[in-house]
Design a protein around this ligand. Structure first.
Ligand code: P6P
Length: 327
């Protein structure tokens, strides 16, 4: 177990990253810089999200993304901003984004990292002022530095992530991430333009009494899901479903709970995407002591076959995930 020197709550994200710089994953400083680039983009999206209603940048953009989902203006803005921050940062050779069908080769052959991201998840909530989030996974490229980006670079198992995190644009904006040595949360102070460590070494309770699932599809759930929902009701658990994955996940991470997006008749593999939604949250949840499966296997062990592949998703307190996925 790594000897964790207590880190004073309240230090800035930059100082925290520097402090952890001696972890081998940071040894070169490139991953550190990449995390800073993501935090910078998060600050920009914070600003855009908080003035969306004033600048008529909320609402539909009039196009659809690769998922066939109506793109919101802020989806497009967030995608552009993150791609620009990652490109300018110089550490990334390719990006996989929910908003783009193909791999984005950022023409930086010396970049050692790949970022898979959902630049603005839950964006249909923008117009009604409900929390939304950014989700990101960071991988080391497997193809030779200096050469072309390969399919293998962008279809790596979640267990190969070197870092993962999310930004939550809620009552406050937070950045929560892991590099495989625990999970830490930073709260943004817009008056200072800095993220400050506010949730050091986050651990998810082994058990909980909050379940998050869209029961509107109840009739088309598999028997084990119906059985588990009935169990939750019998136990008088609390049903909390915001319809914004990052917000639901974050609450369950702090308080204990389970988020489920199972297979159903409409979407036989569920709705959430392995590469840029499930992998990142699975890595964070496991690092905080929780569990994440597709109902049968560990999310992080799934070998992706396509960029936008969907998987059923059970994530949260270990005992709850075990109970929800028992036959
Ligand atoms: P449904 C938002 O579109 C999202 O990807 C997640 O943020 C959210 O948890 C889920 O889909 C909501 O989906 O089918 O319940 O509306």
């Amino acid at each position: 177990m790594q000897n964790r020197i207590a880190t004073p709550v309240g230090i800035t994200l930059d100082r925290f990253i520097k402090k952890k710089q001696n972890d081998f994953a940071f040894a070169t400083g490139e991953l550190s810089q990449l995390l800073r680039d993501i935090a910078l983009a998060g600050k920009i999206i914070h600003r855009e999200v908080n003035r969306a209603g004033l600048l008529s940048i909320s609402g539909a953009y009039g196009t659809e993304n690769v998922q066939g989902e109506e793109q919101q203006k802020l989806d497009v803005i967030a995608n552009i901003r993150f791609i620009r921050a990652l490109k300018n940062g110089g550490e990334v050779c390719a990006i996989v984004s929910e908003e783009d069908e193909e791999i984005l080769d950022v023409q930086n052959p010396n970049g050692r990292y790949i970022v898979a991201m959902d630049p603005l998840d839950g964006s249909s909530n923008i117009d009604v002022n409900v929390s939304i989030g950014t989700i990101f996974s960071i991988f080391r490229r497997v193809s030779p530095v200096g050469g072309p980006v390969s399919q293998e670079d962008v279809l790596q198992k979640g267990s190969e992530q070197v870092a993962a995190g999310y930004l939550l644009y809620g009552s406050s904006t937070m950045m929560v991430y892991t590099t495989g040595r625990g999970v830490n949360g930073f709260t943004y102070d817009p008056s200072l333009g800095e993220f400050f460590l506010s949730h050091a070494n986050i651990r998810i309770p082994k058990d909980g009494n909050i379940y998050s699932i869209n029961e509107g599809s109840y009739e088309s759930f598999e028997p084990h899901v119906i059985k588990y929902i009935k169990f939750c009701k019998k136990q008088n658990y609390t049903a909390r479903y915001i319809g914004s994955l990052v917000a639901d996940f974050h609450r369950n991470l702090l308080k204990g709970g389970i988020y489920i997006y199972p297979a159903n008749k409409k979407s036989v593999n569920g709705k959430l995407r392995l590469n840029y939604e499930c992998n990142a949250l699975a890595f964070i949840c496991e690092q905080a002591g929780g569990k994440a499966t597709d109902g049968k296997q560990r999310i992080l062990d799934i070998q992706p076959k396509s960029l936008h592949q969907r998987v059923p998703f059970y994530v949260g307190s270990t005992n709850m995930v075990d109970a929800a996925t028992a036959d």
